[in-house]
Design a protein around this ligand. Structure first.
Ligand SMILES: [Zn+2]
Length: 400
């Protein structure tokens, strides 16, 4: 089955329109005209080749080159010619002036793909673009989106998050009914008027939250206005002002829409899929993500500072010394550190028994990164609280 050794001839298979019967065939391009000839089967007593069809080469639709997969050419009459000889097709495209610019461009694209330097350039550009978008575009977009969303979105996502947390992280509270009532009614009378409008439906929930056997002091707010106080938090607080200071901080997160912002930022892609495809299942996934992030205290430093400022400003107006916030925060941290040290001690004893130097080194690293990530943050918060506390003691309602 040899052919006349023409550079313009390509061997392949030909399929008539709407038929999967294949014939060995040859495609020849000459003077901007193409010809397809069947290569006769050996049992065929024909003369060898017979002409089948021809037409303008520029009317042939050529599939893009994908590595070395078979190339498909749709001929003018709708029939199909396929070949594995990609090099020959590329040659035909470039050598024929009439081949359309689009396929020439595609050809160039293929060459780009194969050139390592081009690939690297594109990769670097993509990384730079992605970095720029994540660093500046995403926070900006997230903020815009979060503040443009109606409060109902926050309500819907917040309720789902609470459901999820109740199922996986939270347990029923042991705080007495009377104590709960006292906190809630004080919240309604004293704090709610400063909560950023009537459209936020604030609700306080009491839950126990434990990691292992250790009850965790924590407070967090959902975009719906649901604020969760853990049993250990209530237990560690020593007066009403401390509880209210933390509640105001949580209200700050709600008013500034930090939950929605974080959610948007973390899942902008998922969000787009939901908006475009209208897939409501995605929303539940987002709510799950928020629940996990909030329980593990993953708000950024910037969000915490904003919520702190919100709380301190309101405290000056209500008449709460911002020092109360520092007091309860320090007590919560002391408690967590004490628990951690206890765990580390027992861990260290275990390690000594095992005498594995590797895990000792990694325990050391853990401590170091903890120290770096939490302490300067806490220090800054305390400094800001002290500034506001000084204003409070001077009887000021605004502190700049
Ligand atoms: Zn916070």
């Amino acid at each position: 089955m040899t052919q006349t050794a023409s550079v313009n001839t390509v061997s392949g298979k030909w399929y008539p329109k709407d038929s999967s019967v294949q014939h060995a065939a040859q495609l020849t391009v000459d003077n901007a005209q193409y010809k397809v000839q069947i290569v006769a089967h050996e049992t065929n007593k024909d003369t060898g080749k017979h002409q089948l069809l021809s037409g303008q080469w520029s009317h042939v639709e050529i599939s893009d080159r994908l590595g070395n997969t078979e190339r498909k050419l749709i001929l003018a009459d709708g029939s199909l010619f396929t070949t594995k000889d990609n090099e020959a097709i590329d040659r035909l495209i470039t050598s024929n002036k009439n081949s359309d610019t689009a396929s020439k461009w595609r050809l160039r694209l293929h060459h780009h793909e194969t050139k390592m330097t081009s690939v690297l350039t594109m990769l670097v550009m993509t990384v730079i673009f992605a970095f720029g978008f994540i660093k500046w575009g995403l926070p900006w977009t997230s903020q815009a989106v979060a503040h443009a969303l109606p409060q109902q979105t926050g309500t819907f996502i917040g309720k789902r998050s609470l459901d999820f947390m109740d199922r996986y992280f939270l347990k029923p509270t042991q705080v007495s009914e009377a104590k709960q009532q006292q906190i809630v009614s004080r919240f309604n009378a004293r704090l709610k008027p400063f909560g950023g409008g009537d459209n936020i439906d604030y609700q306080i929930h009491f839950r126990n939250m434990s990691i292992g056997d250790v009850s965790q002091p924590n407070a967090f707010a959902l975009p719906s206005g649901d604020i969760i106080l853990t049993d250990k938090f209530v237990e560690l607080s020593q007066n009403n002002d401390e509880i209210d200071a933390v509640l105001l901080h949580e209200m700050g997160h709600v008013v500034e829409r930090h939950g929605l912002e974080m959610l948007t930022q973390n899942s902008l892609t998922t969000m787009i899929v939901i908006l475009v495809l209208g897939n409501p299942d995605g929303i539940s996934e987002l709510a799950t993500g928020l629940g996990t992030a909030l329980v593990s205290n993953h708000y950024s430093r910037q969000y915490e500072t904003e919520a702190d400022k919100f709380a301190f400003n309101k405290m000056l107006k209500i008449g709460i010394d911002p020092q109360s916030f520092v007091d309860i925060l320090s007590r919560m941290e002391d408690y967590s550190t004490a628990v951690e040290n206890q765990e580390n001690d027992s861990e260290a004893t275990k390690q000594k028994e095992q005498k594995t130097t590797d895990s000792e080194a990694s325990a050391e690293e853990d401590k170091l990164s903890d120290f770096l990530s939490t302490h300067p943050n806490t220090q800054l918060r305390i400094e800001m609280a002290n500034k506001y506390s000084a204003c409070f003691k001077e009887g000021l309602q605004v502190c700049e």
